[in-house]
Design a binder for this molecule. Structure first.
Ligand SMILES: *Cc1c(COP(=O)(O)O)cnc(C)c1O
Length: 412
């Protein structure tokens, strides 16, 4: 029998891919903009201009991290909105200048915001290639190039996957697409835009839009210790895009509505801090994650790690350094989550994300993980405050609940 476990007094939170606590520095930066500096940035008097200036500073701060022009930064209400604006905005712009046709390439393991927006584009009559991934979650650059059609106008591939942490080769995809440009221009075919969802990548991977070679890039605040319902879409100058929200023409006409000034300021601060600390944090957290994986697999039999290998040496980062997705044979992921919650540990099932969904994870399915493994999978995502002591406790707790569950299932 497993040793009995005493409930931890503090909550051990290992679901940073779902939400992160707002950092104190972020909260402090936002503070003046709720009550004192509450003006509407579009107004002419000083109070409004203060808000306008603060918004401009936030935009410049974000542009600095992305090595972009401030005029290319569109503040939105989060990752889902940015993904939708990128995809549906590009699709609608394409259809405004082309009566028919249009083709989008994306992958089977994208976030639901991307998959949903692509589906909405399909309803406009645009065709879609949903590319498969390999067992580690990678899309093939060759498959992307092979899928290109005469009327392809958009490729949308995420920078890092939220379930298994796979980091896609965006820069190489961009280079391969750029090679097609001269021939496509000669044939009067549309330029292919590249969009990447970088919500999970911020704080771990470079977000330089020129190094990545992207035209559109999605970020959100809630995964980087910023406020929920904040985010950004980077839109390279000259990218044809139609807005989703109409009104006063804020955000360069791409996102109307009175700006969320404290939100934008909080987002910018969170992104800047994440960016500044990223090298140090990648080193610290990958070591911790690898140690955790080793302990887990050593102390619990019959568990399987999903996603790319945990080797994160050098700049060839293939997997997010804070992600571990593991399945436990003869266990039910949801039951494990509830038992761990009772011990004050918060983790996600491997199939998290869609609200209240019990559908097996579309990501693990696309990676050909057998349903039997998907059912018993958990996703651990470490964060800034995760310590080795926390993980020692989690290992013991897991060993106990897994053993108990396996014991019960053999009794039935
Ligand atoms: C969380 C997340 C989103 C959605 O962002 P919201 O701010 O919740 O709308 C999109 N893509 C990825 C990869 C995410 O992790």
């Amino acid at each position: 029998m497993a040793p009995s476990i005493i409930r931890s007094t503090k909550l051990i939170y290992l679901d940073h891919a779902a939400a992160t606590p707002v950092r104190a520095e972020v909260l402090r930066a936002m503070q003046p903009f709720w009550r004192q500096e509450f003006g509407n940035p579009s107004t002419l008097y000083s109070l409004g201009q203060h808000a306008h200036d603060a918004l401009s500073r936030a935009r410049t701060m974000v542009a600095g991290v992305l090595e972009a022009d401030p005029a290319e930064i569109i503040f939105t209400a989060g990752g889902s909105e940015s993904d939708t604006l990128a995809i549906l905005g590009a699709a609608r712009a394409f259809r405004m200048s082309n009566k028919r046709g249009g083709h989008i390439i994306t992958s089977a393991t994208e976030h639901h915001a991307v998959l949903g927006a692509v589906k909405a584009a399909e309803e406009l009559g645009i065709s879609v290639s949903l590319l498969p991934v390999d067992p580690q979650g990678f899309v093939s650059i060759h498959a992307i190039i092979a899928a290109v059609q005469a009327d392809t106008f958009l490729v949308s591939i995420m920078l890092a996957n939220n379930e298994v942490g796979t980091i896609q080769p965006i820069a190489q995809i961009s280079q391969a697409l750029k090679k097609l440009r001269p021939q496509r221009q000669k044939n009067k075919q549309p330029t292919i835009l590249l969009h990447t969802d970088a919500c999970q990548a911020a704080g771990y991977i470079t977000l330089s839009v020129s190094s990545l070679g992207v035209d559109l890039l999605t970020l959100n605040g809630s995964k980087i210790y910023g406020p929920k319902q904040t985010g950004v879409l980077y839109v390279r100058k000259g990218t044809p895009l139609t807005p989703l929200i109409y009104g006063g023409g804020q955000e360069y006409g791409l996102r109307s509505g009175t700006e969320n000034v404290p939100g934008a300021i909080g987002f910018a601060r969170a992104l800047k801090l994440a960016h500044e600390e990223r090298h140090q944090e990648v080193r610290r957290i990958s070591k911790l994650r690898n140690w955790f994986a080793e302990q887990l697999t050593k102390s619990i039999s019959n568990c399987h790690i999903h996603g790319p290998s945990l080797i994160t040496a050098g700049v060839n980062l293939l997997r997010l350094p804070n992600n571990l997705n593991v399945s436990f044979d003869n266990c039910d992921g949801e039951a494990l989550v509830l038992y761990l919650d009772a011990l004050h540990i918060a983790v996600a099932t491997g199939s998290a994300c869609a609200t209240g969904s019990t559908e097996p994870s579309h990501v693990l399915r696309a990676m050909q993980v057998p349903p039997f493994h998907i059912r018993g999978s958990l996703r651990f995502t470490l964060g800034r405050e995760t310590t080795k002591t926390d993980l020692i406790y989690v290992c013991r707790a897991l060993r106990s609940v897994v053993t108990q569950q396996r014991h019960t299932s053999t009794m039935l």
